[in-house]
Design a protein around this ligand. Structure first.
Ligand code: SDX
Length: 432
């Protein structure tokens, strides 16, 4: 980060001015460093939702929302989706460089050795109803991991931070699969160290003790690509939640549980589940125009789920890759016609020719097509956001690690503009 120049802020009607350094990064907009603004001018900035605020310096992911660009450590998402795999992307996000063969083998083995969870974790599940939403289980059980490792969780020790990161990347899929099996009433399936990350996850989701389960290479490749596409995304709501929790010194398991809770919202990671629900409720392509009219009616409070994005004002590059993957997976699974895909494509066609969406730069985002692939892979909608959380865990732990290692990091503590009552004296109840 370098100081290119500065901006001067002056208060009308006073002789007060303040020069704020203008900082430049590698790519993207410059930032005004306002850390001395209150000291110099006695004012705060106001930015609900932080749409125009850089909360940190980061080297992990870069997004150009206008151009529809997404880079993980400088590598375009399109190239990683085509040429890499999830465990290699995990290494890249964590350490900043693509691994050589030895580094990759060592990292893969390190993560694999942490895939099992303590046997007592199984007891947590008995406390949940069988029909509990799996994201509720994920929040609870991932947070509870701290109870098993709290004694050796010195976040200021680099080695212990790394082990915690390995444990989370390795154990979150195991817990996710346990949540799914618990809902089915089927026995939990132990991880298999001879399988790839994606294949092991699919095996834990689908295997039963009664017979051998062979993971389809088609599903393995599709799951791996879904995990790569969802791995990290700059300072989104759940990542910002993880950073804010981590800035207090909370342990990484608690921070990731907070991230899972934030991701659950339908405006964020819960959108993939909401897209399938929306398509199901519309029912047929003929009813899409009436639904679009409902979305355009502000009073309806109906949104086109899977569309729009705070940053992308162009196509979400992940949505494009997801759409291509959708066609590939359906084709390779021999699914000739998938009404939901037809509906989604027709909805995209209509929306992208409608001025309401074009004028607001609303395009399909990562969640618009992902659910259709997951459904084709036999995964129930209730598990869609869980799979998003499995993928995003590496992004969360990478961002958490970067924050802890940032010498300028301090506890997150935003301010406010207060518009409540001015100071006033208490009145006894008898006189109110
Ligand atoms: C993810 O941040 C990330 O990076 C997130 C994510 C990641 O990888 O971590 O990319 C994952 O969360 C993707 C987004 C998934 N959510 C959805 O698909 C839910 C539907 N989308 C919307 O809720 C909305 O688009 C948001 C929440 C995604 C973005 O909201 P913003 O940036 O606050 O946009 P906005 O509400 O200011 O919208 C601007 C206008 C408004 O209309 P006007 O007030 O100008 O008349 O666009 C409208 C909004 O009403 N609008 C929509 C819409 N999204 C925005 N109208 C209809 N349908 C939509 N989906």
């Amino acid at each position: 980060m370098s100081q290119a120049s500065s901006i001067t802020i002056s208060l009308d009607g006073s002789n007060k001015t303040a020069a704020m350094p203008l900082l430049s990064g590698t790519l993207g907009p410059q930032v005004a460093d306002i850390r001395k603004l209150y000291g110099q001018l006695g004012i705060f900035t106001y930015d609900p939702g932080y749409g125009e605020t850089a909360s940190c310096e980061s080297k992990i992911t870069y997004i150009d929302g206008d151009e529809g660009v997404l880079l993980y450590r400088g590598y375009p998402i399109e190239q990683l989706a085509e040429n890499s795999d999830f465990i290699e992307v995990c290494y890249l996000l964590m350490y900043g460089e693509l691994p050589n063969q030895d580094q990759l083998a060592k990292f893969r083995a390190g993560v694999t050795r942490h895939t099992m969870v303590h046997e007592q974790i199984r007891n947590f599940f008995n406390g949940f109803r069988r029909d509990a939403h799996p994201m509720a289980i994920m929040c609870g059980v991932v947070g509870a991991l701290a109870a098993f490792y709290h004694d050796n969780l010195d976040i200021n020790d680099a080695h212990q931070r790394e082990i915690a990161a390995y444990r989370l990347i390795a154990k979150v899929p195991t817990i996710a699969a346990m949540a799914y099996k618990y809902a089915l009433g089927q026995p939990f399936v132990y991880p298999r160290n001879d399988l790839s990350y994606a294949a092991n996850f699919l095996h834990m989701l689908n295997a039963v003790p009664a017979e051998e389960y062979k993971v389809s290479p088609v599903l393995e490749r599709a799951m791996d690509r879904i995990l790569v596409l969802h791995a990290d995304h700059e300072q989104n709501a759940s990542t910002s939640t993880v950073r804010l929790a981590g800035s207090t010194g909370a342990n990484p398991f608690a921070c990731i549980a907070a991230g899972i809770a934030a991701l659950w919202g339908p405006a964020h990671g819960g959108a993939n589940e909401a897209v399938l629900k929306m398509l199901g409720e519309i029912g047929t392509p003929e009813k899409i125009p009436a639904f679009i009219e409902q979305v355009k009616d502000k009073n309806s409070n109906v949104k086109l789920m899977g569309f729009g994005h705070r940053v992308y004002k162009n196509f979400d590059p992940r949505a494009k890759i997801m759409k291509e993957t959708c066609h590939e997976v359906l084709g390779e699974l021999g699914i000739k016609d998938e009404p939901l895909l037809d509906m989604a494509m027709e909805m995209e066609r209509i929306a992208l020719t409608d001025d309401y969406f074009v004028s607001r730069k609303l395009y399909p985002n990562v969640d618009f097509y992902s659910g259709i692939i997951l459904k084709a892979m036999g995964i129930p909608t209730s598990m869609f956001t869980v799979i998003f959380a499995v993928a995003r865990t590496v992004g969360w732990v990478s961002q958490w690690k970067e924050m802890i290692e940032d010498p300028s990091q301090r506890i997150g503590r935003p301010r406010q503009i207060y518009t409540g009552a001015a100071v006033r004296d208490y009145v006894d109840v008898a006189r109110r």
